[in-house]
Design a protein around this ligand. Structure first.
Ligand code: GLP
Length: 260
């Protein structure tokens, strides 16, 4: 595992955006050989999206041959709902770059047959040859996508019940009204994420410090689904300084030293 520590959120975001743009450019994608990117929502990736939009506008990267798969979507929200992850992605990223609509994939939270929707999502990822790079954020309880504590580390795309903690944290996007937050979501599984050739998890801010500690310094456990990254061959956690607050000094020193 690599741990990249930047002094603040903006520099962490810039590092991730540059990394993604370089990966896309080095891959030299074509319509027949697209670059496949897994993407998250939440406040954490906003800085990355802003930087990628800037790079696109400066002609430094194109998304015309990039295919995306989003991590998750609330059950019961239409794509037009301002708090749906569909709306979030178009509003904050897709509308500002040259991605083709047919190349974007987001789980349908209104699907009549939820099981089929989830199975088809897994199939679509497989058919395209897998995800090259999955970017994710992390919940305060260490969840990745909506793989709440005690999700199987072998889990696949499915419907998950959200914990009260997650509902409370996410209610900030729903006028702080817990009753407006959907109680379930469709989410890729831990194994869906771990199947990607590379995984980058961004964790910024002091609120994520405990999850970072549990994910990096404690043994792999279904209680902290972020810890599954320990078994990935190309896993990277990108933090700002506050998110490293609970790590041992030696750990921070080690990673800073090897990333010099
Ligand atoms: C939600 C999303 C996660 C995200 C997490 C943290 O639970 N399903 O993918 O990582 O929130 O969000 P934020 O980046 O806003 O802290």
């Amino acid at each position: 595992m690599r741990l990249i520590i930047k002094d603040n959120y903006d520099n962490a975001s810039l590092w991730v955006a540059k990394y993604i743009a370089k990966k896309i450019n080095d891959f030299a994608p074509t319509p027949d050989k697209p670059f496949v990117l897994g993407l998250p929502t939440g406040s954490t990736p906003l800085g990355v999206y802003k930087e990628l939009i800037k790079m696109y506008k400066n002609g430094e990267v194109s998304f015309s041959n990039v295919v995306t798969f989003n991590m998750d979507e609330y059950v019961g929200l239409s794509p037009e709902h301002p708090q749906s992850y569909h709306y979030f992605m178009w509003d904050n990223f897709f509308n500002h770059i040259d991605i083709k609509k047919e190349n974007t994939h987001i789980l349908n939270g209104l699907a009549e047959n939820i099981e089929e929707e989830c199975e088809n999502y897994e199939k679509a990822i497989k058919e395209i040859g897998g995800i090259h790079l999955f970017l994710g954020g992390i919940g305060e309880d260490g969840h990745i996508a909506f793989n709440e504590p005690f999700s199987s580390l072998s889990s696949r795309t499915r419907q998950k019940t959200l914990t009260t903690d997650t509902i409370k944290v996410n209610s900030r996007f729903f006028d702080n009204d817990i009753s407006q937050v959907p109680t379930t979501a469709l989410t890729v599984g831990v194994a869906t994420i771990m199947d990607a050739k590379e995984v980058i998890i961004m964790a910024t801010g002091a609120k994520k410090a405990h999850a970072v500690y549990m994910g990096i310094e404690q043994p792999m456990s279904h209680k902290w689904t972020i810890s599954a990254l320990q078994a990935h061959r190309h896993g990277i956690i990108v933090c700002d300084e506050p998110a490293t607050a609970e790590l041992e000094t030696e750990t921070v020193k080690y990673f800073k030293d090897i990333e010099k």
